[in-house]
Design a protein around this ligand. Sequence first.
Ligand code: PPS
Length: 316
Amino acid sequence: MDKVMNEIQSTTTVKIAGYEDQLHAEILDDIQVGEYGYKYRILDGLVVPPYTTPDRYNLSRTLETRPEDVCFISYPKSGSSWLSYILLLIVQQGEIPSDKTLRDSLHWVASSWPYPRSRSELEAFPSPRIFKSHMPYQMAVGGNPVKNPCKYIYIARNPKDVVVSYYYFESDRAWAGNYSGPWEHWFEMFMEGKVQRGDWFKHVLSWWEHRNAENILFLKYEDLKKEFDAEIKKIADFLGYPLSPELINQIKDKTSFKNMKDDKFSNMHEFLKPSSFFRKGVIGSWKEKFTVAQNEQFDALYAERMKASGLKFDID
Ligand code: PPS
């Protein structure tokens, strides 16, 4: 276990002043190491990263949410950071905090990293609080979403782009997962639902099934790319905030891929290399990575798992 701990700690790129002790706190004995050094733990049957600890997860499940709170959720690499900045600008009506970064303005409760906050700190935060989560529906922030007053916004992305984005992200090895395998192996792990956050189909469909609940909004990355104005109006309406044409333009400009990558407020420079996070930001980059055989294998699985759902992505 010491060896695992050392490896995890030595592969972290940047440590945040004041958070060193907590960065990988509670990396407990239940950490498992899979093929190519991939580290994870299992919580409630789900594969999660080492920094998602049982205590942090329990805190996220038992947190009392408020009607003004917003929780955004996604399977990894689906555009959640982009969405988070849009949400912050909507609820703050274009104002960004001068003493914080984007990540520091959000609460990722189930994670011991990068800004772990105690229950009392979270309770002391004024409304509206914005929560980040990568959990499926049954593991949502605040417990059962239908019994919660807060609003939940889920963003999903074409899974072919997700698996490619996820591969580059994990193979950068700046993360506690510390994965060192080749693309072919990652692709198989994703197909089998063995990567952190588990099976993409189960994750996305768990929220999709509840998309008509009053406090849930289901979005797609591709719609945000193609119909930005209409999508952010949908978000603002759902949250009950006004949105002037000036504010739309301001949000569009601030949250463009280039500006998010260049701006120290949003590029997460305080704990990682922006280039590992802001890779391409486009639709369809899977075409540069998938082999013909992988594409056929993926299409067959997609057809089988999605057929009854009514949820569609342009995967060709
Ligand atoms: S994470 O680590 O799971 O929270 O990642 P997440 O933010 O959900 O998704 C990362 C991908 O989103 C792309 N991205 C963007 N696309 C368009 N516009 C903006 N502003 C933007 N910001 C981030 C990011 O580049 C990752 O996708 P890939 O395909 O790897 O580029």
